[in-house]
Design a protein around this ligand. Structure first.
Ligand code: MG
Ligand code: MG
Length: 257
C-alpha cells in the first residue's frame, strides 16, 4: 500500500533531508586516501545525533552502522570497517536520517585520488542517470518511466543495471511501497501522484549486472568484481512539480567530482 503524504508530512521529510544533506557534507570533508571507513561512520552518527535526529540505518534489521559504505566492487550495504581508503578506489556513502517521525535517504559515490577514466565515466553516467530518472518522476507518469530512462541511458553506454535492488517509497518507514526499479518499460507500474515520496537510486555496474551477497548477510558485490556506482535522492511528487528533498550540494561544494 502506498502512503500518500500531506504537505506537512513532506515538509518534515524535507527537514530530515536537510540534516542528511549537511551530514553528507561533513562526511565529504573527511573522504580521502588513508581514512578508515569506520571513521566516516563515526562522523556521520555524531553529526546526525547532534542535530536531534537518529541515523535511519543503525539497527535497521540489525544493520550495525549509520552508513552503508561500499568500496569498488561492493554495490551497496557494505559495513564501515578498518579498511583505509586508497588511491584509485571509489566509495559509495549511503545514509539515512530519521527526524520528527520521518526518514530521508541519499547516497553519493566518490572517487579517491586518481581513478581510471573508465571508472570515472561510470560514476558520471550513474549520477547523470539519477537526474534523468528524477525528470521522469512526475505526477501522471508511472514508476516504469523512471527505470526506463535510467536503463536506456546507462545501457547505451555499455553499463548494466542491478535488478535485485531497487529504489523505494519512504516516509514513516525507511522502505515503503512502491518499489522503484532502475529498469523498466515506459508507461508501466504504479501511477505517480501528489503525495508520493520516493527514493530513486541507480546502482550501475561496469561489468555484468550479476551480484552476490557476502556471508555477512548484507554486503552486496558484483559477481565479476568489477566496480559499481550508486547515487540516490529522495524526491516528493506534487501535482504540478517534483521536489528533490535531499541535496548533494554540501558534497559538491567540497569535492570536485
Ligand atoms: Mg540509501
Ligand atoms: Mg534507499
Amino acid at each position: 500500500m502506498i502512503h500518500y503524504k500531506t504537505s506537512e508530512e513532506v515538509q518534515k521529510i524535507k527537514e530530515s533531508a536537510d540534516i542528511l544533506g549537511r551530514a553528507h557534507g561533513e562526511i565529504a570533508k573527511h573522504i580521502k586516501e588513508g581514512v578508515k571507513t569506520s571513521f566516516l561512520d563515526k562522523i556521520a552518527e555524531e553529526f546526525i545525533r547532534d542535530h536531534g535526529a537518529v541515523p535511519s540505518f543503525k539497527g535497521y534489521n540489525g544493520f550495525p552502522a549509520s552508513l552503508c559504505i561500499s568500496v569498488n566492487e561492493v554495490v551497496v550495504h557494505g559495513f564501515p570497517s578498518e579498511y583505509e581508503l586508497k588511491d584509485g578506489d571509489i566509495i559509495s556513502v549511503d545514509c539515512g536520517v530519521f527526524h520528527q517521525g520521518f526518514h530521508s535517504d541519499s547516497a553519493y559515490t566518490y572517487p579517491i585520488g586518481e581513478v581510471s577514466p573508465s571508472v570515472l565515466a561510470l560514476l558520471k553516467a550513474t549520477k547523470d542517470s539519477l537526474y534523468l530518472g528524477i525528470e521522469q518522476a512526475k505526477s501522471g507518469n508511472r514508476v516504469g518511466d523512471i527505470g526506463h530512462a535510467i536503463q536506456k541511458f546507462v545501457e547505451a553506454k555499455g553499463y548494466t543495471v542491478v535488478r535485485e535492488l531497487v529504489g523505494h517509497g519512504l516516509g514513516k518507514n525507511l522502505h515503503e511501497a512502491p518499489e522503484v526499479p532502475n529498469y523498466g518499460k515506459k508507461g508501466s507500474g504504479p501511477l505517480l501522484k501528489q503525495g508520493m515520496v520516493i527514493a530513486i537510486e541507480p546502482m550501475i555496474n561496469l561489468g555484468s549486472r550479476n551480484i552476490v551477497q557476502e556471508r555477512d548477510g548484507w554486503t552486496i558485490r558484483t559477481a565479476d568484481r568489477k566496480p559499481s556506482a550508486h547515487y540516490e535522492h529522495t524526491v516528493a511528487i506534487f501535482e504540478d512539480r517534483t521536489e528533490v528533498l535531499t541535496t548533494h550540494k554540501y558534497i559538491e561544494e567540497i569535492v570536485k567530482f
